[in-house]
Design a protein around this ligand. Sequence first.
Ligand SMILES: [Zn+2]
Length: 330
Amino acid sequence: MKQLWMCLAVSMALSACDAPVLDTRAPAADATPPVSTASDFAMRAEPVAEGVYAIITPARDFPNPENKGWNSNSSFVITHEGVLVVDTGSSAAVGASLAGTIRGVTAQPIRWIVNTHGHGDHWLGSAALAGPKTEVIAGSKVRNRIRDELAYWVDLFDKMTNGATGKDAKAVLPTTVIDSRSTRNFGGVAVTFIPSGDSHSPGDLLVWLPEKKVLISGDVVYTDRAPVTFDGRVAQWIKFLREIEGLGVQKLIPGHGRVGDAADITRQREYFEMVWNAVEKGFEAGQADFEILPTIKAQAAKYRDSYPDLDKQIGRTVSHVYLQVEEIAF
Ligand SMILES: [Zn+2]
């Protein structure tokens, strides 16, 4: 599956990708490209609820030279016994900048880190945030990816950013694995971990703060970008979005995009349902994915305001859904 991420990512960066093979076109000539430093990122801790902050990147893309690898959101929760951080960015420098941003709000130690999923833009910064006593929490499939894929992600992002993310990220292996829904008290704050059933990617874990009505969704919910589906299971994703629509979310911190609310969950579920139903209908009529696409694009027009990159993503999503519809049919 990781080759697909790579293909997608490289195709977005370089505009062509016919096969799931690493595009090795070298980044521009500089022999020693500058590695970004923590001070390259203008981070701000945005208050979302009492003791809950989001650090939202302005980027709406994959890691690239312009965003220097800061392309994903992080968040943190301040408790009586320390800070819980969710997702740690794409590089050591991003992680260091996150640590500095958190320190600007609280002197409490970082006691817990949650990695919502296995894509490198959500865990490569962990070493800058974790101390010897920090407990790191993730799903077992995510722990395995963190164990196995450090070199892959470091190399990929280094290429995609022309060296800005550098090679100095270290993997911090999760010490606590969570694969089923459970609630735990962290320094007086109730936290419910909700696995998505591999909706967006294998091992996704969402963080729900029931007392604060805040959902930290990782990449399971997108707010102002079309969802990226290469590593997901869309039928399960629709079912799961329906489930979390029942939580009573007031604030949503996504893995990418602005802070949102329950309406973002419903929009994404309806968008996926529209795509799924149209693909199924076309498939049953014997059409290929590219033949179905124009009809779906017309039906998707109403999502364009919310998802400005819709036209870039929807063709891929139709292809992914087509394969999944086909799989069910046979
Ligand atoms: Zn992501």
